[in-house]
Structures are given as C-alpha cells and as structure tokens.
Design a protein around this ligand. Structure first.
Ligand SMILES: Cc1cc2nc3c(=O)[nH]c(=O)nc-3n(C[C@H](O)[C@H](O)[C@H](O)COP(=O)(O)O)c2cc1C
Length: 328
C-alpha cells in the first residue's frame, strides 16, 4: 500500500492492518479526524485539522476523544502482534504536533480479555435504532464501569430518577440550542447523507426523532417512522467523565470511551451517543454541577440490546498518512 513503511518490527501489510484497525474508532459525524506518521521507531497519531467541526466542537474536545478512541484500537492491534505498546500522549518536541506516539515497549502475549476486545472492533458500531425492552444485568453495568476505570476515567451510570429527568432536560435544552444555530446545522447537513468514505449514510441514520421521544436524538435524516409511536422504553444512560479538563484528559477519555464501547459489544450490548449536552458549553457546565462539580463530563451514551445495523464507511489508510520526517 502506497506510503506504508515497516515500523516497530512489523512488515508493511501488518502496519496497514494496524492502522486500518485504528480507523474503526467512532468520531463525531464520522469525520475520522486522524492522521498517522510512520517513523522508523514509532507511529505518530495526529489530528486532521481539515476535519474539525468549528461550530459543533469549537475546542476540538470531541476530535481528541475520537483520536483517543483510535489510539485504543491501535494499542489493541499491536497487542495482537505481540507488541506491548508504549504510548506517550502529547509528546511535544520529539514529535511536533502529534497527539500521541506509540513505540515498541517489548513483547507481550495477547490475553483473553484483549483478544475479545479486538474481535469486537469491527463489530462495534453506533446503533441509533431503538433498543429492545430488556434490562441490562447489573454485572454488565459493573463491567462497563470497570472498563472506564481501567483507562483512568469514570463512567457515571444514571440510575436515580430525578437525575435522569435532569439529564433528559439538559440534552433537550442543548439540542434546541444546536438546532437553532445555523452553523451547527450546516455542519450536520454537510456530514449527513451518502458521501463515500465518511459521514453518516442513510443506513446508519437510525429512525427519525419525534417530539414525544424521551431523549432528544440528532436528526440524520432517517426514514419517517410510524407517527405517535414511542422510540424505546428505558435505555441505560451513562456519562463518561474524566478527572480533569484539557487535551491529555480528553485523549485519555477517548481511550476509555473505546474500551467501554468494545466491552459493551463483547456483552452483546449496543450504544449510541447523545453529545449535545456536552457540546453546548453552558449546558455542559450545568451537567458538571449535576454530577457533583468535580469531574469533567466527556460524552453521554445510551446503551441497550439492539438490532443489527450496518457498518459506516471509513477512509483508506493510504489517505491518512503524513510524510515521514526521517527519510528512509
Ligand atoms: C465524541 C463523539 C461524539 C458523538 N456524538 C454523537 C451524537 O451526538 N449523536 C450521534 O448519533 N452520534 C454521535 N457520535 C457517533 C458518530 O456519529 C459515529 O461514531 C460515526 O458516525 C461512525 O460510526 P460508527 O460509530 O458506527 O463506527 C459521536 C461519536 C464520538 C466519538
């Protein structure tokens, strides 16, 4: 494949596979805002500034969450090949502009948990269809909470009825603010519909939101649904949080997000996002206070037992490569 070189002791095919696994991560509007630079001793993960969403994500917070999720996939793919990945977040002068570098930190055999997460990577997808009316076992909930903890983040499970109502109110409020903002609407329209290798195609759009829905979901121009029918009864709703704000915490939370989503997949669960309350800054502050004021909310997920949905498209690895600085 054009531009792919040998790194970390892997041959070119293996490097291409590792990067392709990284790209299966989620990203807002499926912008896939990541690029990679292959240097002899490392893989560098960079943001793709051309894929920013200045109105929806003005501080690039969600861009870094997505890149963190891609980093988690990359770590898994290296483990599959016996490599213990050595990750440096925001490495500074040693890799200017990089969000992370990944080096070879020795050999490590693949354990069963990691193998299961790897198998979940191509199966995981955002599922915007209604979930079945089946409660999620408590043990599954604990597994999701532990997954976030393992990546030094926090998963807040919304169980309290009053808290759930407050969060619903915040999601609706943020949703209304966003649909009244022409720039946010334009970004949504740009990335919705058939685009080829990115964006949200009609098959991934779920079903069209309606005013009576309990949770305000984004409208990706899905097909009309039976009028008056409720969307679903009672999804599990969780807020993924980090212990501080700022780019390192967001990259960390992105890795936690992906471990949570893949763990959910291994348990037969589906998930989708309700990010509005985090994207609108003033509402995010209200949400932070609702959660006690000390942790930083990073994303909101609805989780449940879902039906099958198709994968969304991805760009080719060769289109994601930055020129190496060290010439071979
Ligand atoms: C930080 C972040 C926020 C997201 N917010 C939303 C959202 O508010 N609504 C939604 O339907 N999908 C949201 N998504 C899901 C993306 O649209 C989805 O990951 C992308 O289209 C790729 O599809 P896939 O997850 O099925 O691979 C978000 C994803 C990320 C990483």
């Amino acid at each position: 494949m054009r531009g792919v070189t040998e790194v970390l002791g892997l041959d070119r095919d293996e490097v291409a596979e590792v990067l392709a696994t990284a790209t299966l991560a989620p990203s807002v509007h499926n912008t896939q805002p990541w690029r990679f630079r292959l240097e002899p001793d490392r893989i560098e993960l960079h943001a793709d500034p051309a894929r920013r969403l200045p109105a929806t994500d003005p501080e690039d917070r969600e861009l870094r969450l997505a890149c963190g999720a891609a980093l988690f996939n990359l770590r898994l793919a290296l483990r599959e090949r016996g490599i213990r990945p050595l990750v440096t977040l925001l490495p500074g002068a040693e890799a200017p502009g990089a969000l992370a570098t990944i080096r070879r930190g020795g050999r490590r055999d693949l354990d069963e948990d990691t193998r299961q997460l790897l198998e979940a990577v191509p199966v995981r997808r955002s599922n915007r269809k209604p979930f079945r009316d089946v409660p999620i076992p408590v043990a599954h909930r604990y597994a999701l909470v532990r997954a976030a903890e393992r990546e030094r983040s926090w998963l807040h499970v919304v169980t309290d009825r009053a808290e759930r109502a407050r969060l619903q109110g915040l999601v609706s409020k943020a949703h209304r603010i966003q649909i009244e903002d022409p720039l946010v609407r334009a970004e949504l329209a740009d990335w919705t519909g058939p685009r080829g290798a990115d964006g949200i195609p009609p098959a991934s759009a779920g079903i069209r939101p309606a005013p009576q829905d309990e949770w305000a979901l984004r409208d990706f121009e899905a097909a009309e649904r039976t009028p008056g029918k409720d969307y679903e009864s009672d999804p599990l709703v969780v807020v993924l949080c980090s212990f501080s704000d700022g780019p390192p915490a967001e990259l960390q939370a992105g890795q936690a997000l992906q471990r949570v989503l893949l763990t959910a997949t291994t348990l037969g669960l589906s998930a989708s996002f309700m990010s509005q309350a985090i994207e609108v800054r003033s509402v995010r502050e209200q949400l932070r206070r609702t959660l006690g004021g000390t942790i930083a909310p990073q994303t909101v997920l609805r989780i449940g037992f879902g039906s099958t949905v198709p994968p969304s498209p991805r760009r080719a690895v060769e289109d994601l490569l930055l020129e190496p600085i060290t010439k071979p």
